[in-house]
Structures are given as structure tokens and as C-alpha cells.
Ligand binder design. Structure first.
Ligand SMILES: NC(=O)c1ccc[n+]([C@@H]2O[C@H](COP(=O)([O-])OP(=O)(O)OC[C@H]3O[C@@H](n4cnc5c(N)ncnc54)[C@H](O)[C@@H]3O)[C@@H](O)[C@H]2O)c1
Length: 347
């Protein structure tokens, strides 16, 4: 596909940033935007010149000839809007989480395969140069077989849009696990080479955010902390933790550490914010060396560039539908295990 790729963007929270990033790519044009909130549509639309504006995304899909659609709405609408866009033969760049549950995610994949269109999930953290630098170490065998790991995103107090859709189970499907945990789970699975999960034991809590919501008379029907232990067919174990409200010492704590039989890798935030560092520990000649990655001297394609390249090259993108389903399986499994109070096994 060499011609201009005509893009429509649905949902103008983070989606307005996506629209600007796609519009800046060569051979891409954002020709339409949709948001059910007319005020937001007006405000954000000012930054996306020339795009037709719709308060009804279905009307946009009916009226505008599009090659690709960005879905960046509350989680509940990811599956129905992706399916609607695929029915119009559009490629889809869908925000994380892929869907509310595995059944929806699988239906999205089937629709993409049948339509012969690309479906990518915005697992943006794997597109950081530092993540790629760590992946190169794993792929080169530097850390050996990864058999244990921990992947974490905790916030001291950080409920997004407190009282809004993120904390509403009906619209979000879950709390910090489905919101933040997805990124850390995807990063860990991708670095581990996507081993097959066989079982999970999980717990969810709502000890802090629920209390604050009651005090402030706000709606909050999801967990504020989720944790679980995933076992894989290759013998590996991964601990997953995600919270929006936890009594920790820093505002934000993100870390993925994977231990192999020859070394380990870690990606973590520093200073409680969104600056990251990557570390490698290896055993050489009987000595343990602990190295920190200097600024990577290479660039990697952004998620936006990867999506467009996959369309033009007619190939599966990185973070495609299968990877979305893999993450969704762990989310569903952890929530199911927490609800049942026992381990659940994957079929
Ligand atoms: N990849 C990332 O790092 C990242 C970061 C932030 C958000 N997200 C994801 O992006 C999605 C949106 O999050 P956000 O922070 O932008 O939320 P938001 O609430 O700021 O924005 C969502 C927008 O969607 C609009 N909307 C709601 N229902 C709609 C519908 N049916 N059709 C069209 N528009 C609709 C709302 O009016 C709102 O303007 C979520 O799934 C979230 O998990 C991903």
C-alpha cells in the first residue's frame, strides 16, 4: 500500500495525542475524529486541522472512507468499535487493554483475520529503546533461560479520573490490573518470549480507594490492588502486581525484573516518575557484574510507526492481536482466581 493512509480517530483523550502523532507520519492523514463529548470534540479538534468531526463514531465509519481507525475510548467500547471498523475493512490501532475479556479479544482477532486487516494493541512500553535493548540481551542468550520474574506497577495514590469511568467496572472491566498491569504483563511476556501460561493464583483488594471514594461520595467499583502468580508450561513463574492506591514510599513504582540461569534484566522507573533505567546482571568468570544501560545509541520505531509499517508491508505488527489475547488471558485468569479464592488453570 503506497498511497496515503486515511485515518479516523475515535476517543479524544489520549486519542488526540495519537491523532497528532499519526498526522505527523509521512503518508498519513487524519481525516476524521469522533468523540461522544461535543465539548471535547470541539477543543481537541482545534489541534487536528482538516479532520471531519463526529459525535457518533458509527456515523463517522459510515460516512468517511478510511483505511485505518484508532480506538481510544473507555475499555468497554474497544471491542464493539474495533469490530465495526473491521466490518468497514479498516486496519485498527486499539488502545490497551484489548478488550473487557478474552472472548471479546478472540472475536476481534477472528474479525481481523477474516477481513485481512491489521489489528495492533498499543502496548507502548515495548517500543522504548531501553526495552528493545533488554530484549536484545535475552534473544542473544545473555541471561539464559528465564525461570522467575516480577512485573509491577504501583501507585501511592493515583486513581485516574477518580469517580469517572476508570473506576467503574461496567465501563473499565477492572481497575489498576487492566489499566496499568497490562503494560507490565505485556513487557514481561514479550521479554520472556511468550511462554504459555498454565495456571494463575490471584488476589484483588479495595482497601484504600474504596474508602476514599465513600468519603468523597464517588463511584468506585473496581480493585485498587491486584496481585498474582502465573505459572508457565516451560516451568517459569511470574509475579504480577498493580495498584492505584498502596502505602508505598514513592508516587509511582514500575519494575520488571526477569531472572535467568545466566543473569537477570531489570527495567525500572527512577525518582518515582516516568524516567526509566535498564539493568543487566551477568555472571562472568565466576564474578557477578551489575551494569546499567547508557542512553541507547539507536532509535526504534514507535508504536505508531510500527502500525503503519505493518499495513504497508502487509505483515503482522509487533503487539498484534495474539499478544493482546495473551495479556487478556492473564487479566481474566487473575480476576477469576481472585473471585473464586483459588488457583485457576488455563485451557
Ligand atoms: N497506552 C497507554 O499508555 C494509555 C494511556 C492512557 C490511556 N490509555 C487507554 O486509552 C483509552 C482512553 O483513555 P483516556 O485516558 O484517553 O480516557 P479519557 O476519558 O480521557 O478519554 C476517552 C474519550 O472517549 C470519549 N468516548 C467515550 N465513549 C465513546 C464512544 N463510545 N465513542 C467515542 N468516544 C467516546 C470520551 O468522551 C472521552 O473524550 C483507555 O482504554 C485507556 O486504557 C492508554
Amino acid at each position: 500500500m503506497n498511497s496515503t493512509i486515511r485515518i479516523g480517530v475515535i476517543g479524544l483523550g489520549i486519542g488526540s495525542g495519537h491523532a497528532q502523532r499519526f498526522a505527523a507520519l509521512p503518508g498519513c492523514e487524519v481525516v476524521a475524529i469522533a468523540d461522544t463529548n461535543p465539548v471535547r470534540l470541539e477543543e481537541r479538534g482545534e489541534k487536528i486541522s482538516g479532520a471531519a468531526r463526529y459525535t457518533d463514531p458509527m456515523k463517522m465509519l459510515r460516512e468517511v472512507a478510511l483505511d485505518a481507525v484508532v480506538v481510544a475510548t473507555p475499555n468497554k467500547f474497544h471491542a464493539p468499535l474495533t469490530l465495526a471498523a473491521l466490518r468497514k475493512n479498516c486496519h485498527v490501532f486499539c488502545e490497551k487493554p484489548m478488550a473487557m475479556n478474552v472472548a471479546q479479544a478472540q472475536a476481534m482477532k477472528t474479525a481481523a483475520v477474516n477481513a485481512r486487516r491489521r489489528l495492533m494493541i498499543n502496548f507502548s512500553y515495548r517500543f522504548m529503546p531501553m526495552s528493545v535493548a533488554l530484549k536484545r540481551q535475552v534473544d542473544a542468550g545473555v541471561v539464559g533461560h528465564i525461570y522467575f520474574g516480577r512485573t509491577v506497577w504501583h501507585r501511592q495514590r493515583g486513581m485516574p479520573g477518580f469517580g469517572g469511568w476508570f473506576g467503574n467496572k461496567e465501563l473499565a472491566g477492572g481497575g489498576p490490573l487492566i489499566d496499568l498491569g497490562v503494560h507490565r504483563i505485556d513487557l514481561a511476556l514479550w521479554l520472556m518470549g511468550h511462554p504459555e501460561p498454565v495456571s494463575i493464583m490471584g488476589s484483588t483488594y479495595n482497601k484504600i480507594a474504596g474508602r476514599i471514594a465513600r468519603e468523597q461520595n464517588k463511584h468506585f467499583s473496581v480493585e485498587d490492588l491486584a496481585g498474582g502468580l502465573v505459572k508457565f508450561r516451560n516451568g517459569a513463574t511470574l509475579i504480577v502486581e498493580a495498584s492505584w492506591a498502596l502505602n508505598i514510599g514513592e508516587p509511582e513504582h514500575m519494575m520488571t525484573t526477569l531472572y535467568g540461569d545466566k543473569g537477570s534484566i531489570t527495567q525500572r522507573n527512577v525518582g518515582g516518575g516516568y524516567q526509566f533505567q535498564a539493568e543487566l546482571l551477568t555472571e562472568e568468570n565466576g564474578c557477578l557484574f551489575h551494569k546499567t544501560l547508557a542512553n541507547p545509541n539507536f532509535t526504534v520505531p514507535s508504536a505508531y510507526e510500527e502500525f503503519i509499517a505493518a499495513i504497508r508491508e502487509n505483515r503482522e505488527p509487533s503487539a498484534g492481536a495474539d499478544d493482546g489475547i495473551r495479556v487478556q488471558k492473564i487479566l481474566d485468569g487473575l480476576y477469576r482466581s481472585a473471585a473464586k479464592g483459588r488457583e485457576v488453570r488455563f485451557r
